[in-house]
Design a protein around this ligand. Structure first.
Ligand code: FAD
Length: 429
C-alpha cells in the first residue's frame, strides 16, 4: 500500500494550488485527477481575477506557454429583455497594464500550466483516475480508494469542485440546498484570426467582458460573454428551481441567448469548439459546509467558495487562495504530526483572515437578494421601457421625463415594492 503525506483529490485550481504549496515545502504529495489531463473536466466561464495567481507566480502573463488569454479592461453590464438592452459600460485602461485586474482564461490551458508547476515542485501526478471513496478508520480519514487501489495519507485534501461527492458522502458535510444550486453551461466559440480584435475594437492583449441579467425572461441567473485571444466564451448560470419552473432546458436557453440581438452580433459566424456544463452551489456564507475534520480539508468549489455580486462572478480566485491555504495547513499538521481536526483547525483561521471568508461574510445576503424574480422580469422591463420612451421620437408628443420615470413601473411593480428591493440590495452591499 502506497503512503503519502498529502493526497489531493482533483487537479483543478484549488487542487493544483494546494499540491504546489505542500510539495514546495518538501511534503510527499499525490495529485489525483479523474480527467485524462487537468482542465479536461473543468467548467468555468473564464474570468480570473488576477491577484492570487500574481502573488503566487509574479509576471505569470509573460511565461511561455502563457496560461491566460486577454486582460479585461472593458466591463459591460447589461439588463436584457428579448428585444432591448440597457448597459453600463465601464472602461479602465489601468486594468490592461501590469499587475492587471482580471484575465479571461481557458481552463484547458490554465489547469495544465498550474499542474505542471505543482509537478515541478515535486508533486506526483496521476491523471485519468477517479477517486471512488475516502478510507476512514476510527472516524478519521486516512486515505483514498480508486478501484482496488488504496492510498494512505496523513491529510486528504478534497478539491473535487462543485460536484463534491466525496466531501459530502465520506465526511459529515450537508447535501446542497436545491434553492441555491445553479446550473452552468458554457461554449467556446472560435472566430477567424483578427476577428475578435475587430469585432470588439480591441488593442494588444486587452479584452472585454459582458455580463447580462434578464434573459431568459423570468429565469433567475445571468449570462456572460468573454473575449479570449481568438475565441469567445459564452454561457449562462441559472437557478435550478427557476429553470425547472420555466420548463426549459439549458441547451435550449443557451441557443436562445446566442440569438438575442445584443449577443448574436457578437457571436455570429463563429465555430463551436467546446461545450460543457455543471452545477454551481451559490449558497454563500450561510451554507458553508464543514471545511475540515479528522484527516481532511475541503477547498475550492467543493467548500462552496463562490461569489456572485452581479458585477463580478468569482470562484477561481477563491479556489486558488483556499487551495493555497489548505496546502499550508496540511504542511503545518504533517510537520506537527497532528493531522487531527484540532491539528488542521488553523485552515479555518487562515481562511477567516483572508479575503475568502471575509468577502463571503460581507456579501452573505446576496444569495437571498438574487433570489428575487423581479430582478429577472419586472425590473429589466421597467428599465428598458423607460429608455425606449426616452429615445423614441415619433412626433406623437413625448411625455416629460419625470412622467416616464413614474409611469414605466405601472403594472410591473409598485413603488413600495421597488423601494423595499432597493433597500434590501443596498443594505447588503
Ligand atoms: C458556467 C460557469 C461559469 C463560471 N464562471 C466563472 C468566472 O468567470 N470566474 C470565476 O472566477 N469563476 C467562475 N465559475 C466558478 C469557477 O469555475 C469555480 O469556482 C472553480 O472552477 C472552482 O475550482 P476548483 O479547483 O475548486 O474546482 P474545479 O475547477 O471544478 O476542479 C475540480 C477538479 O476535480 C476533479 N475531480 C472531481 N472529482 C474527482 C474524483 N472523484 N477523483 C479525481 N478527480 C476528481 C475534476 O475533474 C476537476 O478537474 C464559473 C462556474 C461555472 C459552472
Amino acid at each position: 500500500m502506497e503512503r503519502f503525506d498529502v493526497v489531493v483529490v482533483g487537479a483543478g485550481l484549488a487542487g493544483c494550488a494546494a499540491a504546489y504549496t505542500a510539495a514546495r515545502e518538501g511534503l510527499q504529495v499525490l495529485l489525483a485527477e479523474r480527467g485524462s489531463q487537468p482542465g479536461t473536466k473543468t467548467v468555468s466561464g473564464g474570468l480570473l481575477y488576477t491577484h492570487v495567481l500574481g502573488r503566487m507566480f509574479p509576471k505569470f502573463w509573460e511565461e511561455d506557454p502563457c496560461p491566460v488569454e486577454r486582460a479585461i479592461d472593458r466591463n459591460v453590464l447589461s439588463v436584457l429583455t428579448p428585444t432591448r438592452a440597457v448597459s453600463l459600460d465601464y472602461f479602465d485602461s489601468e486594468f490592461s497594464r501590469p499587475p492587471f485586474n482580471a484575465f479571461s482564461v481557458l481552463r484547458s490551458r490554465l489547469d495544465p500550466w498550474l499542474a505542471a508547476k505543482a509537478e515541478a515542485a515535486g508533486a506526483v501526478p496521476v491523471y485519468g483516475i477517479k477517486i471512488d471513496t475516502l478510507v476512514s478508520e476510527h472516524g478519521r480519514v486516512v486515505g483514498i480508494r480508486a478501484g482496488n487501489d488504496e492510498i494512505r495519507a496523513e491529510v486528504v485534501l478534497l478539491a473535487e469542485g462543485s460536484n463534491a461527492i466525496l466531501s459530502r458522502g465520506g465526511t459529515p458535510n450537508p447535501k446542497p440546498d436545491p434553492k441555491v444550486v445553479g446550473v452552468g453551461v458554457k461554449q467556446v466559440i472560435g472566430l477567424p484570426p483578427g476577428e475578435v480584435e475587430r469585432r470588439f475594437q480591441l488593442r494588444g492583449i486587452a479584452g472585454t467582458q459582458y455580463t447580462t441579467l434578464g434573459f431568459p425572461p423570468g429565469v433567475e441567473g445571468g449570462g456572460f460573454l468573454y473575449t479570449n485571444r481568438e475565441t469567445l466564451s459564452v454561457g449562462l448560470i441559472l437557478g435550478m428551481e427557476s429553470l425547472v419552473r420555466a420548463k426549459t432546458s439549458m441547451f435550449e436557453v443557451l441557443e436562445e441567448y446566442k440569438q438575442h440581438p445584443l449577443i448574436s452580433r457578437l457571436v455570429e459566424g463563429g465555430t463551436l469548439l467546446e461545450y460543457s456544463g455543471c452545477f454551481v452551489e451559490e449558497g454563500g456564507w450561510d451554507r458553508l459546509p464543514s471545511l475540515f475534520g479528522d484527516g481532511y480539508l475541503v477547498t475550492g468549489a467543493a467548500a462552496g467558495f463562490f461569489l456572485n455580486t452581479g458585477f463580478t462572478l468569482r470562484g477561481m480566485d477563491f479556489a486558488l487562495e483556499s487551495g493555497r491555504l489548505a496546502g499550508e495547513a496540511a504542511v503545518r499538521a504533517v510537520r506537527a504530526k497532528d493531522p487531527t481536526r484540532a491539528g488542521l483547525a488553523s485552515y479555518r483561521a487562515a481562511l477567516e483572515a483572508s479575503f475568502v471568508l471575509k468577502e463571503l461574510r460581507t456579501y452573505r445576503g446576496y444569495p437571498e437578494v438574487f433570489h428575487n424574480p423581479r430582478l429577472y422580469g419586472a425590473y429589466p422591463e421597467i428599465i428598458t421601457a423607460m429608455m425606449h420612451h426616452a429615445f423614441l421620437t415619433d412626433g406623437s408628443g413625448r411625455p416629460h421625463l419625470r412622467k416616464l420615470l413614474t409611469e414605466s413601473h405601472r403594472g410591473r411593480a409598485s413603488m413600495v415594492r421597488i423601494a423595499r428591493d432597493l433597500l434590501k440590495i443596498t443594505g447588503t452591499l
